[in-house]
Design a protein around this ligand. Structure first.
Ligand SMILES: NC(=[NH2+])NCCC[C@H](N)C(=O)O
Ligand SMILES: [Mn+2]
Ligand SMILES: [Mn+2]
Length: 322
């Protein structure tokens, strides 16, 4: 694929931003995601695709894990767990993504849990105000601080991105987040486990949501076209950020993740989705989150999960386009 195929990254430069954070949920191990994906050869593979790469590690994995334990039980905002740590950490990721974009580098962020997307998506919106967000996930992650039952902030990033909590109801450490994402600029794909309160928000705000039902009904290709048209009406053209939670993929293919839900995307549907985005040339950012090697029952589970995460990155960045 020649470099001119990337509308916004003609020089084909890229930053791999490591976000080894587990404090947005309760299962340790998800902080290992970036390390495992890099060990799987992701950087070399992306170089082979023609990208000039740079690795950015704004967080120290060990130190952050220790900090997460210290914050347990003391860092609360209403029912929400570790808001200060989530705020502080996602702000560092925000800065890294901003730095990457300032150098015209494609920001590929490896999580970590999905709360880190508060940082990645905010930074991409700063650079591309009309960006559309594709949220690929079994879950909607749009709970507010009021509505979250679990108190896990990885179930809430979209509400912060949209400013749904309101300034007086936002923990201090998250006040940096502009919260300017418009409902019309979001499309979900892969949903199948959405809380009642989340369904109400999605409905009331008119957010485009393609669940597994729609994938079965229309097929993944048509669903992607509809999602692109939803975020960029009149042809589906314009910058697209993709925040990819690997639990969108069926647990048969991606077993090692914190909140698996059966009945998900097949591995091919999962990859086709990002191949199609690569083909548009309009992708301006990608997160791959929620790989948790600790939750595998054996090495095959780890290998399947990590290799699926890496394949999503490679396909989004041009691997299968000839
Ligand atoms: N990023 C994720 N895997 N999120 C799962 C969220 C599950 C549930 N809706 C909650 O609020 O806790
Ligand atoms: Mn999820
Ligand atoms: Mn998620």
């Amino acid at each position: 694929m020649d470099s001119s195929s990337y509308t916004y990254f003609k020089e084909q430069k890229l930053s791999i931003i490591c976000a080894p954070f587990c404090g947005g949920q309760g299962k340790p191990g998800v902080e290992k995601g970036p390390r495992y994906m890099l060990k799987n050869g992701l950087e070399t593979d992306l170089k082979e695709l023609g990208w000039t790469t740079k690795i950015d590690e704004p967080l120290d994995e060990k130190e952050l894990l220790e900090k997460t334990k210290i914050h347990d039980g003391i860092d609360f905002y209403k029912n929400a767990k570790r808001p200060s740590l989530v705020g502080e950490t996602s702000q560092k990721i925000y800065q890294s993504v901003k730095d990457a974009l300032a150098e015209d580098r494609f920001p590929l962020t490896l999580g970590g849990d999905h709360s880190i997307a508060i940082g990645t998506v905010s930074a991409v919106i700063d650079k591309f105000p009309d960006v559309g967000l594709l949220w690929i996930d079994a879950h909607a992650d749009i709970n507010t601080l009021e509505s979250t039952d679990s108190g896990n902030l990885h179930g809430c990033p979209v509400s912060f991105l949209m400013g749904l909590n309101g300034p007086e109801n936002t923990p201090d450490a998250l006040k940096w987040c502009p919260g300017s994402l418009k409902p019309s600029k979001i499309a979900y794909i892969g949903l199948r486990d959405v809380d009642a309160a989340e369904k109400k928000i999605i409905k009331d705000m008119g957010i485009s949501a393609f669940s597994m039902y729609h994938v079965d009904k229309y097929g993944i290709n048509k669903v992607i076209e509809m999602a692109l048209e939803a975020i960029h009406p009149g042809g589906g053209n314009g910058p697209v950020m993709c925040s990819y939670d690997v639990d969108a993929v069926d647990p048969l293919f991606v077993p090692a993740t914190g909140t698996p839900v059966r009945g998900g995307l097949t591995l091919r549907e999962s990859l086709f989705l990002v191949e199609r985005l690569a083909e548009t040339g309009n992708l301006v950012g990608l997160d791959i989150v929620e790989c948790n090697p600790n939750l595998a029952v054996d090495d095959i589970h780890v290998a399947n999960t990590i290799s699926a995460g890496c394949a999503i990155a490679r396909c989004a960045l041009g691997e299968t386009l000839l």
